[in-house]
Design a binder for this molecule. Structure first.
Ligand code: NAP
Ligand code: COA
Length: 267
């Protein structure tokens, strides 16, 4: 049932629509896949773990009645990502939206971060997003109403400690958003980022704000709480809706005001 932020959208807003969601088996991107399906879309979800995808696909399909295709791939492997997009096209006949959400992260001081640790996160978040965007270009072009959403972050707006690797990767993804918006506008493809702030009940928050760090983090958020998965999903649905038809090359920040807030004298 559509409740909360998703309740405002009209039934069947995305009927006849198809989307590929990387990272769609868990967390925020599972929420995006579910929201698209609730509104009538057929969705292909992908990540590395087939069992996780199968569980998510069964749950979303049972709730929404939509077809949810689950195809495992590592976004670092361009051929595997092409196979995902091909499978989605074969099953659904088209791909209208790609959501790049697959990502990896951990806390690590830059001086202790190994070259492979840095490279791994950049390879998943940035290079993987490029692989998926490139694989989806042709179906997005054929859609005539293609949309690419890159799920980024706000880490790189400042020098976020212990987050050099993810900040560099997400800064690159936001650069890609702008570039592809310029290059692909002529093909009717819009390209935008969604930058979530801290979102409750996610792997990202479990990794980046362990223990009482989560409660402390709330003090730096003007709205005084974490966001919800449905609030990010609603942002994705909005970008997909006709209401956003003239929006491309931008970053939609959904963070309760966290990134524009500076503590005064440490308070
Ligand atoms: P999550 O549930 O761990 O989502 C990450 C997804 O990426 C998982 O489904 C994971 O599935 C997949 N993945 C990881 N490496 C992959 C690879 N090499 N190839 C394919 N798939 C891969 O975490 P989340 O917190 O919901 O984060 C979702 C997105 O939101 C990420 O882009 C993250 O940077 C962004 N974000 C989150 C927050 C937050 O507060 N949580 C804040 C800002 C931005 P497998 O393990 O099955 O591969
Ligand atoms: N601190 C420092 N370095 C770390 C680390 C940590 N907590 N976790 C992994 N690394 C380093 C590893 O040591 C390795 O470098 P090395 O070869 O120099 O030792 C490198 O990162 C790759 O690690 P590996 O475990 O082989 O990578 P992977 O491809 O199997 O997994 C990760 C990718 C590391 C990002 C893993 O945490 C993951 O799969 N995450 C997905 C879920 C996630 O992060 N969700 C939150 C999204 S915001």
């Amino acid at each position: 049932m559509r409740t909360g932020p998703l309740a405002i959208f009209k039934d069947d807003l995305l009927k006849g629509h198809t989307a590929v969601v990387t990272g769609g088996g868990s967390g925020i991107c599972r929420g995006i896949a579910r929201a698209f399906a609730l509104l009538g879309a057929d969705v292909c979800i992908t990540s590395r773990k087939q069992a996780v995808l199968d569980e998510a696909a069964a749950a979303i399909s049972a709730e929404t009645g939509r077809a949810i295709l689950a195809v495992a791939a590592d976004v670092r492997d361009p051929d595997a990502v092409i196979k995902v997009v091909t499978a989605a096209r074969e099953r659904f006949g088209a791909v209208d939206t790609l959501v790049n959400g697959a990502a990896g992260n951990f806390l690590a001081p830059a001086a202790a971060l190994s070259p492979n640790g840095f490279k791994t996160v950049v390879d998943i978040d940035l290079v993987g997003s490029f692989h998926a965007a490139k694989a989806a270009f042709e179906p997005l072009r054929l859609s005539g109403n293609g949309l690419l959403i890159n799920v980024t972050a706000t880490l790189h707006y400042h020098g976020t400690p212990l987050q050099l690797h993810a900040s560099a990767a997400k800064a690159g993804v936001d650069a890609m958003t702008r570039n592809l918006a310029v290059e692909w506008g002529q093909f009717g493809i819009r390209v935008n980022s969604i930058a979530p702030g801290p979102i409750g009940d996610t792997e990202g928050m479990r990794r980046l704000a362990p223990g009482n760090a989560a409660e402390l983090a709330k003090k730096g958020i003007p709205l005084g709480r974490f966001g919800t998965i449905d609030e990010i999903a609603a942002a994705a649905v909005y970008l997909r809706s006709p209401a956003a038809a003239y929006i491309t090359g931008t970053v939609l920040v959904v963070d309760g005001g966290q990134c524009v807030s500076l503590p005064m004298f440490g308070v």
